[in-house]
Design a protein around this ligand. Structure first.
Ligand code: NAD
Ligand code: ZN
Length: 281
């Protein structure tokens, strides 16, 4: 493993794309689902991470769905973007980063200021109409209020009504909106996938950050990027299958990586700007 600082010349060339997973948000107090203490230890993903499983549970045991929603959003709403999310947004502002392709649904990239984001697995703050594909986003405050209300609902009828009302209806066809979360077995949203590939088609460097690289089909994307000639940098404290295709393996947390790399990039960025400005004068 070489030193992180040696990556600076490559990163300064720009055309970077980030491919992110749950590990990036673990330092935002959102545990990875499959890790120790993760959600799947308590809730069976075959039921809670599949649309069919959740729908039948919603009909037959809405209280279990309520408990899951409350626990999930309590975790999500208590977190906030970390230094690495802000670092990625800053790389975009400096025109070094083309976009972020994320498997996370926590919205932290947008909250940190990134504008070019392909959300492969959806976004927990959004709802969509499965027929028209219209996506509607609600803000944190709306979700906070909804969760507080939901906690107080006890009867089956009240719980179902509260959840359906919050999801709302499609502004176009009036069908019931669904959570914009891609469950196991569902195909990825085509627009987001297209956006992700459009970033990768221009990428010279791919930063894989905090992803186990085993959740398919998203995990194909680094291989696609590699075939197109991008340099792959894998940032993960643990080893993953992506190590095999990585030009650089960085055994660091996402936040530590950005704490080392950003100050150096900032320094060189401002030095070049000062030189350019002096030349103009
Ligand atoms: P994963 O849970 O399979 O793997 C997470 C990876 O992150 C692991 O390889 C782990 O070693 C690494 N990691 C842990 N802490 C890290 C840190 N501080 N810095 C860098 N790396 C770290 O995650 P995945 O590959 O993204 O797949 C899980 C699926 O579950 C995703 O598809 C995603 O949709 C969903 N998920 C989303 C969130 C979220 O939105 N925050 C959280 C959990 C799971
Ligand atoms: Zn519709």
């Amino acid at each position: 493993m070489r030193h992180i600082k040696e990556l600076v010349p490559l990163l300064k060339k720009g055309n970077i794309v980030a491919f992110c997973g749950a590990g990036l948000s673990s330092e935002s107090s959102i545990p990875t689902f499959r890790g120790k203490g993760g959600l799947w230890e308590k809730y069976n993903p075959e039921v809670f991470a599949t649309l069919g499983g959740l729908l039948s549970l919603f009909i037959f045991s809405p209280k279990k769905v309520r408990d899951f929603i409350v626990e999930f959003y309590d975790i999500l709403l208590s977190g906030k973007p970390n230094y690495a999310h802000y670092g990625l947004a800053e790389l975009e502002r400096k025109n070094l980063l083309l976009g972020v392709i994320t498997q996370n649904i926590d919205d932290f990239h947008s909250q940190a200021g990134s504008t070019e984001v392909a959300e492969l697995h959806g976004n927990a703050y959004k709802f969509w109409c499965l027929k028209c594909k219209i996506v509607v986003k609600k803000n944190r405050e709306e979700f906070e209020k909804f969760i507080e209300n939901l906690k107080s609902k006890q009867s089956r009828k009240e719980i179902i009504r509260e959840i359906l009302n919050f999801m709302g209806k499609c502004p176009s066809c009036r069908k019931r909106m669904r959570p914009y979360i891609i469950f196991f077995g569902q195909s990825l949203p085509q627009d987001e996938l297209k956006k992700g590939y459009s970033y990768l088609d221009k990428a010279q460097t791919l930063l894989c950050i905090g992803t186990s690289g085993v959740v398919y089909p998203a995990a194909y994307l680094p291989y696609y990027s590699r075939r197109r000639g991008a340099k792959i940098i894998n940032i993960n404290p643990e080893s993953t299958p992506l190590d095999d295709i990585a030009d650089w393996v960085i055994r660091e947390t996402a936040v530590n990586f950005f704490k080392i790399i950003l100050p150096i990039l900032n320094e060189t960025f401002f030095r070049h700007r000062r030189i350019r400005l002096r030349r103009k004068v």
